[in-house]
Ligand binder design. Structure first.
Ligand SMILES: C=C(C)C(=O)SCCNC(=O)CCNC(=O)[C@H](O)C(C)(C)COP(=O)(O)OP(=O)(O)OC[C@H]1O[C@@H](n2cnc3c(N)ncnc32)[C@H](O)[C@@H]1OP(=O)(O)O
Length: 293
């Protein structure tokens, strides 16, 4: 009997510890959250200002079928408009962030259907999101999964993560940024090697080539990604948005154009209340209170 009681206490303590490690789940967005088929959403962080979107199609290793991408777009749009959300974390399961576009779903596609339906164009919602998105990648990020992670602003990888563009083995090529974003991030030789062989690289190599900014033990990955979102969330949402736009411009234009854009955006911050508050707070040696105005 004593043994059973002891066992129960140990189990209860383990559950409590596990619960303490989990990010807090708030109720915001719950009206739609219950209806998701392919994703899960929650709002977390001490200030309830970090949204976590979890790809949730375990049987297919989070293969990115149309339904999943539609739900992801809808959630991103909703969080993008939610003034209480400062950052978004996008994650998957321990085995797979996402194993790519859904091969079974796209297999019957014809050329004319791809052209007329502008296949994969609706994926760009992720890259259009104005708020910072952090990809927390555990397990496989392959094909469209790797491209999805690269559409995010920052990638944190679990120590068992694997990245690759294996489309070549399917008789096709990457179609959502794999030949473009990857090349800009890791350079021509590594991108070419990955795209032409389909070989995967592990988390450590991904960090070495600059594809991910940090490698973290798999079980701590989500917590660290949320902490990063919370840190970003201590700043002005408005200025964070401008800064994200300026960094992204580096990928989309020439150095001269980019520098001009940066300078003008920098000047524009001088018209905001948050810039005044940030500098005033420094002078008065107190924390800034940002209002995103
Ligand atoms: C944008 C474009 C064009 C693209 O993304 S193209 C797709 C690129 N991605 C790929 O080629 C990766 C395909 N997947 C794989 O190679 C292997 O699943 C991995 C990731 C190496 C994992 O291998 P395993 O651990 O042996 O798991 P495996 O049994 O293959 O997969 C589990 C299930 O997920 C399914 N699955 C995995 N990846 C899938 C994908 N991209 N599309 C559809 N189903 C997929 C797979 O068919 C299997 O389903 P079922 O049990 O019904 O047969």
């Amino acid at each position: 009997m004593a043994n059973i009681a002891k066992l129960f206490t140990v189990r209860a303590n383990t559950l409590l510890q596990a619960a303490a490690r989990q990010p807090q789940v708030a109720t915001r967005f719950s009206s739609t959250a219950n209806n998701w088929e392919f994703i899960k959403t929650e709002v977390t962080g001490e200030k309830n200002n970090v949204a976590v979107i979890t790809l949730n199609r375990p049987k297919a290793l989070n293969a990115l079928c149309n339904g999943l991408m539609k739900e992801l777009s809808t959630a991103l749009k909703a969080y993008g408009k939610d003034a209480n959300i400062s950052a978004i974390v996008l994650t998957g399961s321990e085995k797979a962030f996402a194993a790519g576009a859904d091969i079974k779903e796209m297999a019957p596609n014809t050329y004319s259907q791809c052209i007329q339906g502008n296949f994969l164009n609706d994926w760009t919602e992720v890259a259009r999101t104005q708020k910072p998105i952090i990809a927390a990648v555990n397990g496989y990020a392959l094909g469209g999964g790797c491209e999805l992670a690269m559409m995010c602003d920052i990638i944190y990888a679990g120590d068992k993560a694997k990245f690759g563009q294996p489309e070549i083995a399917l008789g096709t090529i990457p179609g959502a940024g794999g030949t473009q974003r990857l090349t800009r991030v890791v350079g021509k030789s590594k991108a070419m090697e990955m795209c032409l062989t389909g070989n995967m690289i592990n988390a450590q190599e991904a960090e070495k080539v600059g594809l991910v900014s940090k490698v973290i033990p798999a079980d701590q990955l989500l917590g660290e990604a949320v902490k990063l979102g919370e840190k970003i969330g201590t700043h002005s949402n408005l200025i964070v948005q401008l800064c994200k736009e300026a960094v992204n411009t580096a990928y989309e234009t020439t150095l001269q154009e980019g520098l001009k854009f940066e300078r003008r955006t920098f000047h524009a911050t001088f018209s905001t209340a948050d810039r005044k508050e940030g500098m005033q707070a420094f002078v008065e040696k107190r924390p800034a209170k940002f209002t995103s105005e």
